[in-house]
Design a protein around this ligand. Structure first.
Ligand code: UDP
Length: 385
């Protein structure tokens, strides 16, 4: 593999966390950066590519960029233009497509003649535009609102959440469930952020441009876990490396599961190509009352790609992540966070080592939050150089 000495920084993992920090250290920090990626492509889970039918797909599940953070938006705009795509999701409830987050349009669809009275009751209690977490809605004292809450709880949340997390809904963190509130509005968009959209060409081309810098060397198909070890210092191929190491993989794996496995959920993806123009009414349909999969995404509706007579969809199946699986979601509860803290403590001993991102920090980050974290970490590293 050759000497690592000539690099000022080694970044491990080429998703958003790794790519943004590599670019920042290389460009703003003037550092020589080596970026190592285990997979044979860049982009991490945001990687997209064309399938055999010529449809642009998100290989590791749908990624929809949205943010209120102007710095993050402007930063990514250096590397891609964004379309004005606004994400919408529906729940397939026994064949009816009901907008999610559950909103006034959903109430009309489900309750017909009773909708006006229900909306009025909600508006007596909350101003229009309020986002109410489902567990707050279930704690109303009005019988009709309790009925509504129970409907949403059972038909939108309970089954989907149990499929997604593999435990009864009561064991899933409130923070996770609050990501999808009940929304007192006719706005069907899944996100209300100021900036949202899809890269006009692709995520992968955004990453290509981000990594196209004279101070960055990217090596894909290289498993850093086989090169790195931890003694008194961080070692690469047995030799101490005193430069910056940014790591965006799973910490438990990096430290050989020393304190035990960190629980994650993994996903199996079922891709299907159909000989028709369109498969479903909107880009993502959640299966909230039946089916073994959680949701179906139809990529053309996400990316806006114009291609006739063919469409590719993807079913997502969630299960516990075991040996050899790709971890996607940290399972946030007290016990797991305590286990993570042991790994984090070990990592802290190495002053030039920075865990960054959804896996390494064992967090439920959205794309924009990871970019923000990578920019902030880079700010600190560049200022203190
Ligand atoms: N959720 C649900 N029904 C839905 C959508 C979401 O029960 O139709 C719950 C579920 O527990 C899910 C969580 O809300 O894991 C967060 O949903 P989000 O869409 O943010 O998940 P992601 O897109 O990150 O997988």
């Amino acid at each position: 593999m050759g000497s690592f000495m000539k690099y000022d920084a080694i970044v491990i993992g080429c998703g958003l966390a790794g790519a943004v920090s590599a670019r920042e250290l290389a460009e703003r920090g003037g550092k020589k950066v080596l970026l190592l990626e285990r997979r044979d492509h860049i982009g991490g889970n945001a990687y997209d590519c064309f399938d055999d039918a010529g449809v642009l797909i998100h290989k590791y599940g749908p990624h929809i960029f949205h943010t209120n953070n102007e710095r993050v938006y402007n930063y990514l705009c250096r590397f891609t233009e964004f379309s004005d795509y606004m994400h919408t999701v529906t729940a397939n409830i026994h064949g009816e497509f009901v907008p999610v987050p559950f909103n006034f349009n959903s109430i009309e669809k489900v309750y017909g003649d009773r909708a006006e009275a229900l909306k009025a009751k909600l508006l007596e209690k909350y101003p229009e535009g309020t986002k109410i977490p489902i567990f707050e809605l279930t704690q109303q004292d009005d019988p009709e609102l309790i009925e509504l809450a129970n409907y949403v709880f059972s038909n939108v949340f309970a089954h989907y959440t149990e499929k997604q997390w593999g435990v009864p809904i009561g064991e899933v963190s409130r923070e996770t469930l609050s990501r999808v509130p009940v929304f007192l509005s006719y706005d069907n968009r899944y996100f209300q952020d100021k900036f949202q959209g899809m890269p006009k060409i692709s995520y992968t081309s955004m990453f290509e441009r981000m990594l196209d810098h004279e101070n960055i060397e990217v090596r894909t198909g290289v498993d850093a876990a086989e090169l790195i070890s931890f003694g008194d210092d961080i070692l690469f191929e047995g030799k101490p490396f005193s430069g910056t190491v940014i790591f965006s993989g799973a910490l438990d794996e990096l430290f050989s599961y020393e304190f035990g496995r960190l629980p994650y959920r993994t996903l199996d993806f079922g891709f299907e190509t159909h000989a028709c123009d369109g498969f479903q009414p909107n880009a993502t349909v959640n299966y909230t009352v039946d089916q073994p999969y959680t949701r179906i995404t139809e990529f053309k509706k996400l990316t806006g790609q114009q291609i006739d007579g063919v469409t590719t969809i993807m079913k997502e199946f969630s299960r516990a992540s075991g040996e050899g699986d790709t971890p996607y979601y940290a399972i946030l509860n007290e016990e797991n966070l305590a286990l993570y803290a042991q790994y984090a403590k070990k990592a802290e001993k190495y002053k030039n080592f920075y865990p960054l991102g959804r896996l390494a920090e064992y967090r439920y980050y959205n794309m924009d939050a990871i970019v923000a974290r990578a920019l902030e970490l880079s700010d600190g590293l560049i200022e203190n150089k």
